[in-house]
Design a protein. Structure first.
Ligand code: FES
Length: 325
């Protein structure tokens, strides 16, 4: 590995953040590597809520990665990154980091926090989706909270498996194929005690399926939590329409085209920087309809309120949204 030089131009998504040094790099699987960052002087780092993410700058870009620690009194931040060949999302740059490299990072941000009043935390992860869920599992073990995890991964491609076993013991169920996962999921979704909250992270289709099944079985929306990957991994989504209330314009947003692109094409100037759902610049006020939030900027509560949305990555759960624009 070659040393990475600290960028002199700070990306807007990490402005006001920290300069940290890579203190450890460890191989989790042939395609997943963990990178640990620390303060160059060994000082304590800002604590964070379980399930938080860190935006890391690479070259002129920046991307968000889930933190795997519990967040309590940290002296280090660790992320685990899946290598995606040909990706423009930064995974190759993260895999190229070496001990001693310095990078600009944001302060940790939370968008997937555990519910304080949960009687039990049912964690569900697929593949690299284990990272924020592991943070929840560590937090639960530290604070004596009840938690269990269904972890779906291909044999030989499971990251953090040993830690998950140690943290959760019999509370961990490992699945290696769709059939066994579905069997376990159905059983878990139908046998949870009242007050259980569900948290899911993995590929979009996996999360959609889990959430849909939970809703079909009567789980209230407020008990369901999901964490999308960075925008580089988002699917193209469904088409929808937007009514711009102040402009009196109706626009169609096709699948695979962002709302931001659609608005710009219609001549609207929308402030934006990262176009990945991480900087918060492209926020728009929502008057009617339910956005499909896919950003990593709004908090869980802000997402639940559905009064704002990040138009670079978020879409609509309804056929139509009305925006104050
Ligand atoms: S442009 Fe950064 S969140 Fe949309």
């Amino acid at each position: 590995m070659t040393a990475t030089t600290l960028e002199t131009t700070v990306h807007p998504a990490v402005a006001g953040g920290l300069v940290l040094e890579v203190t450890n790099v460890s191989i989790q699987t042939p395609s997943i590597t963990s990178i640990t960052f620390g303060d160059p002087l060994g000082e304590a780092l800002p604590p964070y809520v379980p399930g938080s993410h860190l935006v890391v700058q690479y070259g002129a870009g920046a991307n968000a990665y889930s933190l795997t620690g519990s967040g309590s009194a940290p002296f280090e931040y660790t992320i685990s990154v899946l290598r995606v060949e040909g990706s423009a999302g930064g995974s190759l740059a993260m895999h190229g980091l070496a001990v001693g490299d310095r990078v600009h990072v944001s302060r940790p941000r939370s968008a997937f926090a555990p519910a304080a009043n949960a009687k039990h935390h049912l964690l569900i992860a697929a593949g690299i989706g284990i990272t924020p869920v592991l943070s929840h599992a560590r937090f639960a073990a530290e604070w004596g909270a009840a938690a269990s995890l269904i972890y779906c991964y291909r044999p030989g491609e499971g990251a953090h498996v040993a830690e998950a076993r140690e943290l959760l013991g019999e509370g961990l169920t490992e699945c290696h194929n769709r059939g066994s996962f579905q069997e376990v999921l159905t059983e878990k979704l139908t046998t949870q005690k009242l007050g259980t909250h569900l948290y899911v992270c993995g590929p979009a289709a996996f999360m959609d399926s889990v959430l849909e099944q939970a809703r079909d079985l009567g789980w209230p929306k407020g008990l369901l939590h999901s964490e999308a990957f960075g925008a580089a991994d988002l699917d193209e989504g469904q088409p929808f329409a937007v009514n711009l209330a102040r402009s009196g314009i109706r626009l169609e947003v096709p699948a695979g085209v962002s709302l931001l692109d659609t608005l710009e094409k219609a001549g609207k100037t929308i402030p934006n920087m990262c176009r990945k759902g991480i900087c918060g610049e492209c926020v728009l006020p929502v008057l009617r309809g339910t956005p499909h939030h896919r950003d990593l900027y709004l908090s869980d509560q802000e997402k639940a309120e559905n009064t704002t949305m990040m138009c670079c990555v978020s879409r609509s759960l309804d056929e139509e949204l009305e925006l104050d624009l």
